[in-house]
Design a protein around this ligand. Structure first.
Ligand SMILES: Cc1cc2nc3c(=O)[nH]c(=O)nc-3n(C[C@H](O)[C@H](O)[C@H](O)COP(=O)(O)OP(=O)(O)OC[C@H]3O[C@@H](n4cnc5c(N)ncnc54)[C@H](O)[C@@H]3O)c2cc1C
Length: 447
């Protein structure tokens, strides 16, 4: 061992710079360690505001600050762009597939915070017709679908096709589905008013479907009812207790008993129905024998470590621990807990301390000036809920520049009625094959 190697500091590799990875890294800023943060994107993503990118309120940069910029003052942290495709727990190596090839990186402590991805519950074929919104590129693609639909509807003369372009179906009535439905409804009735000469955007239909019996099932009953009523006031058709049985380019089929409403013809479907852990969870489960639940989350010890591997921490959406939900706050707190454990061990304190989650509540917006929030015993809705939501989201948004940009865009969208962030181009707009075939010009020689 060379003198340089002998003096090497403890190496912490952090996989994923979402809420868990970022908060863990920041919590290690004073620790005598070298941190390497690996992410397949160059940004931290504030997922709770993704729906505002899809609906033209915010731009992508507003909610996705560069990781390097966030960590620029943290001298013990470095960043690597690449996808972690393997973890060798015996040799303590992670394999990274980077744009210029594969490399192996050694660690002394590993913190896996790769989060979750959309789940189609075994129906991956739905993804083509009903995209989800879990990444920045997904939200931008959705923005193209939503605003593209109005553009095409404005060019169509066939009323049946206009109706299909102007029918927005959202599958999943959790916070993401509710927020999307509310924002699309507001877009149609308020923001796009006066933008079209030959189309009335206010005639669009927004349908929110879920197999469960109530919207926002994880919220207190009173807030569920308030949210449901707000959605209906906005003109959203809420169809609960209804299961989607198939999705194709032209619409969705449901199990509704009335055949007249079971099929919904729509060219714009959005999947907001479920998430599952990223594949690194199953990979670690297979490598170590740790239990993995149906959503791909790994059962961890109470201190967030992988059973039998105290040097590996799993935090956030990837971990299964005491029924904790997949929330940003859980990810942040578990990331910090893991970082403190690493630091304490280096100070000679090996005692394992359980992760205790401090529940800071949950909230969802429905439209401007309307949100529901449950924080401890406090229940807020309407404008009070919305102001609470606004304050909490601004507080947690990373980066001063992002906060300024977001406040500017919120002023445009909520005080005014504009949607400043909606650029699309004609080559990006997806047209279902049934429409393409109908409208294809006759081939040369076909006279
Ligand atoms: C649309 C939406 C709205 C939400 N709204 C709310 C809300 O209002 N309130 C709330 O509390 N929670 C909300 N959540 C949930 C919350 O965002 C998650 O619980 C939280 O992001 C989990 O943090 P995490 O660190 O585990 O993973 P993430 O924040 O998802 O971060 C994972 C990171 O890992 C990276 N990554 C993944 N795989 C690899 C790999 N193999 N190699 C390298 N990098 C990888 C990803 O690029 C990403 O940066 C929402 C989620 C979504 C999708």
């Amino acid at each position: 061992v060379s003198a340089r190697e002998g003096a090497q500091r403890h190496r912490v590799v952090v996989v994923g710079c979402g809420f868990g990875g970022l908060f863990a890294t920041k919590a290690l800023r004073r620790a005598p360690v070298d941190v390497l943060v690996i992410d397949r994107t160059n940004h931290h993503l504030f997922q709770p505001l993704l729906y505002q990118v899809s609906t033209g309120i915010l731009s992508e940069g507003d909610i996705a600050p560069p990781i390097r910029d966030i960590l620029r003052r943290q001298r013990n942290a470095d960043v690597l762009l690449g996808e972690v495709t393997g973890i060798d727990v015996q040799r303590r190596l992670v394999t990274v597939t980077a744009p210029v090839g594969r490399r192996e990186i050694e660690y002394d402590s590993l913190l896996v915070a790769s989060g979750s991805q959309s789940s189609y519950f075994g129906h991956g074929e739905y993804a083509e017709h009903a995209p989800s919104m879990k990444t920045l590129s997904g939200a931008i693609a959705l923005r193209t679908r939503i605003f593209g639909a109005f553009e095409i509807a404005a060019q169509e003369s066939d009323p049946d096709l206009v109706r299909r372009w102007m029918t927005f179906v959202i599958v999943g009535a959790g916070p993401t589905g509710v927020e999307l439905a509310g924002q699309i409804a507001e877009l149609t009735h308020r923001s796009l008013r006066g933008n079209f000469r030959h189309l009335d955007p206010g005639r669009a239909r927004v349908v929110l479907i879920d197999a469960v019996a109530e919207v926002l099932p994880e919220f207190p009953a009173r807030l569920r009812r308030k949210a449901h009523a707000s959605l209906e006031r906005l003109g959203v058709e809420v169809r609960l207790g209804t299961r989607v049985t198939s999705v194709d380019g032209d619409g969705v089929d449901t199990d509704a008993s009335d055949p007249a409403v079971a099929r919904i013809e729509s060219f714009v479907k959005i999947w907001a129905a479920g998430v599952e852990a990223t594949p690194l969870g199953r990979m670690l489960g297979e490598a170590t024998g740790a239990a993995v639940d149906r959503a791909g989350r790994v059962a961890v010890e109470r201190d967030c470590t992988l059973p039998g591997h105290p040097e590996i921490f799993l935090v956030g959406d990837l971990m299964h621990l005491a029924g904790l939900p997949g929330l940003a706050e859980v990810a942040m707190q578990s990331g910090v807990h893991a970082a403190r454990t690493i630091q304490r061990r280096l100070e000679g304190d090996d005692e394992s301390r359980p992760f205790r989650y401090r529940d800071l509540g949950t909230m969802a917006t429905i439209s401007r000036y309307s949100a529901v929030a449950a924080i401890g015993p406090l229940r807020a809705w309407g404008i009070a809920g919305w102001l609470t939501w606004l304050l909490v989201h601004l507080t947690f948004l990373t980066g001063f520049k992002n906060r300024v940009a977001v406040v500017g865009n919120w002023t445009i969208a909520f005080v005014g009625r504009g949607r400043a962030q909606r650029p699309i181009s004609s080559d990006q707009v997806l047209v279902p094959s049934s429409v393409r075939e109908k409208q294809a010009p006759p081939a040369a020689g076909d006279r």
